[in-house]
Design a protein around this ligand. Structure first.
Ligand code: SF4
Ligand code: SF4
Length: 168
C-alpha cells in the first residue's frame, strides 16, 4: 500500500504522546510473550506498508556509517575512501558518529536506494523491529514514531494488543 506521508505526519503528531507513554512502560514492565506479539504485529505491518512507496527514513534521517560501510560503498562507487568521505559524510558534533552531510540521502534516486546491495548496515537493519530484546530499543522506537510509518503502525498494534490483554 502506498504511504501518504502527509497523513502519516498528521497521525504521528496526534498519536506520539500516547504511544511514547506506552513505550516508556517497557522500562518498568515487560509483558510475557512480548517477542511473539512483536513478531505477529510486525508481520501484519509489512502486509500494509511498502517501503519502496515511502522512503521517509532516507529523506528525513541519516544512517550511521561504520568504517566497513565506508570502505564497501566507496569501493562500489569506484571512489577512494577520503574522496567518498569528503563528498558525502560528516562527523556529527553531538555523538561523534559518521553520518550523511545532506538530506534527503544523496543515494536516494527516484525514491529507491541506488546502492541497495551495499547500503550501510544501519539502513539494512532499519526500522529495527526484529532487534531483541525489543524493550531495549524503546528509545529508538520512540524517536522513530515520527519518522517511520511502519514503526508507528507496529507500536499502535502492540498498544492495542497489550492494553486489551494485560493491565499495563
Ligand atoms: S543509503 Fe540507501 S537506504 Fe540508506 S538512507 Fe541512503 S538511500 Fe536510504
Ligand atoms: S523503514 Fe519506515 S520510513 Fe523507511 S521506507 Fe520503510 S516504512 Fe518508510
Amino acid at each position: 500500500m502506498a504511504v501518504d506521508i502527509t497523513k502519516f505526519r498528521a497521525a504521528a503528531g496526534r498519536k506520539k504522546k500516547k504511544l511514547t507513554l506506552f513505550l516508556e512502560k517497557f522500562d518498568q514492565l515487560v509483558p510475557p510473550g512480548l517477542h511473539k506479539m512483536v513478531a505477529k504485529a510486525d508481520a501484519e505491518v509489512w502486509q500494509e506498508i511498502n517501503c519502496t512507496e515511502c522512503a521517509n527514513c532516507c529523506k528525513t534521517m541519516t544512517p550511521i556509517f561504520t568504517p566497513s560501510d565506508v570502505k564497501r560503498i566507496a569501493g562500489h562507487l569506484e571512489m577512494s575512501v577520503p574522496d567518498f568521505k569528503k563528498k558525502y559524510l560528516k562527523v556529527e558534533d553531538e555523538t561523534g558518529s559518521v553520518v550523511i552531510k545532506s538530506q534527503p540521502c544523496p543515494f536516494l534516486k527516484r525514491n529507491k536506494c541506488s546502492i541497495y546491495d551495499v547500503r550501510p548496515a544501519d539502513c539494512a537493519q532499519f526500522p529495527h523491529h526484529h532487534k531483541k530484546p525489543f524493550d531495549d530499543y524503546n528509545e529508538t522506537f520512540r524517536n522513530n514514531l515520527i519518522h517511520c510509518p511502519a514503526t508507528l503502525l507496529l507500536v499502535e498494534k502492540l498498544e492495542k494488543t497489550i492494553t486489551s490483554e494485560f493491565e499495563f
